[in-house]
Write a protein that binds this ligand. Structure first.
Ligand SMILES: *[C@@H]1O[C@H](CO)[C@@H](O)[C@H](O)[C@H]1NC(C)=O
Ligand SMILES: *[C@@H]1O[C@H](CO)[C@@H](O)[C@H](O)[C@H]1NC(C)=O
Length: 316
């Protein structure tokens, strides 16, 4: 069966109400991430190395709400979250409330591979960063002017933490994350998701991203998913899990991705997006937000888009 499945590396750069001024950089970034992840996959066949390579590109790029460029909590701080999942043993590793590192996705992989646990957060994640010798980065590196302006705007529009529910009076422009799903030529799948969360969140807020079945999910018997969008709704709905369950009942990958995102939006009145690969190499991309940047490499072509119904193709 070797070679029967076309290897795919599919990424997203976050679902949301993305302003025109951010479109070009996000598209350039997702294409670069898909290429990097694909070239790593072709070289090594290793689905987790491919996930990390693709997500590092987006964590380093301040066009995205992950790593450098993460949005700020109410206190003006960056608290990041990331999840990595693999489909062979259905293992997962995640971190939450992470401060001052460049690559939360790699820390999530360390939790999966080097601890008996699945999720680490708070002071424990600080201890783990020290123990694993992960280099620290400064607030100046992580925090961009764009993120500061978004928080100022949030507060100007009534983002009073004692009066305003996040998302009720103020619609966050970019609630997105970054994510990646991979299938290799023997049908093994993995997913990764990394985020700064949502502008103006309470300190200590934990979203969908670190939770398996919500922010991401992988099962070699079915496929892999990474989600993005309004975290509180995604986690209540178990969006990633629902997509794989729909596929398991026989629904095509694209249909399962689209119907599950639409189902969440109609049930909970919040928007989301998701990317999916099946263990056969089928691709699903859908979002109910106005925009979501996505890209995948298949053979020597890059497929990509950011608007509803858009599907562009160019040589890799
Ligand atoms: C696909 O990934 C699995 C799990 O990581 C690995 O065991 C396998 O060797 C990979 N396949 C190829 C063709 O590299
Ligand atoms: C999948 O979606 C396509 C396009 O919307 C539709 O034509 C097709 O009937 C759907 N298939 C299934 C099995 O749901």
């Amino acid at each position: 069966m070797s070679g029967a499945i076309p290897p795919v590396v599919l990424v997203h750069g976050g679902a949301g109400d993305i302003p025109d001024s951010r479109v070009a950089n996000k598209l350039a970034g997702v294409k670069r991430a898909a290429r990097e992840g694909y070239s790593r996959l072709i070289k090594t066949g290793n689905v987790l190395d491919s996930i990390e390579a693709a997500i590092h590109i987006m964590e380093d790029d301040d066009a995205f709400n992950a790593g450098r460029g993460s949005v700020l909590n109410l206190e003006g701080e960056v608290e990041m979250e990331a999840l990595i999942t693999e489909g062979t043993h259905m293992n997962a590793g995640s971190v939450t409330l992470v401060r001052n590192i460049a690559h939360p996705i790699s820390l999530a992989r360390m939790v999966m591979e080097d601890t008996p646990h699945t999720i680490l957060g708070g002071q424990g994640v600080e201890d783990f960063i020290v123990k694993m010798g992960v280099p620290r980065v400064s607030d100046d590196y992580l925090i961009t002017d764009y993120a500061k302006e978004a928080l100022a705007e949030f507060k100007r529009k009534g983002g009073d933490p004692t009066k305003t529910e996040i998302g009720s009076d103020w619609v966050p422009g970019e609630v997105g994350t970054v994510g990646c799903v991979v299938v290799n030529s023997t049908g093994h799948v993995a997913s990764g998701t990394s985020t700064g969360g949502i502008t103006g969140k309470y300190r200590g807020r934990i979203g969908d991203t670190p939770l398996p079945g919500c922010g991401g999910y992988s099962d070699d018997d079915i496929g892999a998913v990474s989600t993005t969008g309004y975290g509180e709704a995604i986690l209540k709905y178990n969006l990633a899990h629902r997509i794989l369950t729909a596929m398991q009942s026989g629904m095509p990958t694209q249909n399962a991705t689209k119907l599950s995102c639409e189902g969440m939006t109609s049930r909970l009145d919040k928007t989301a997006g998701a990317i999916t690969v099946s263990n056969k190499g089928e691709v699903g991309v859908s979002f109910t937000s106005t925009r979501m940047a996505w890209a995948y490499q298949l053979g020597d072509e890059i497929h990509y888009g950011i608007e509803k119904g858009q599907h562009l193709v160019e040589k890799a």
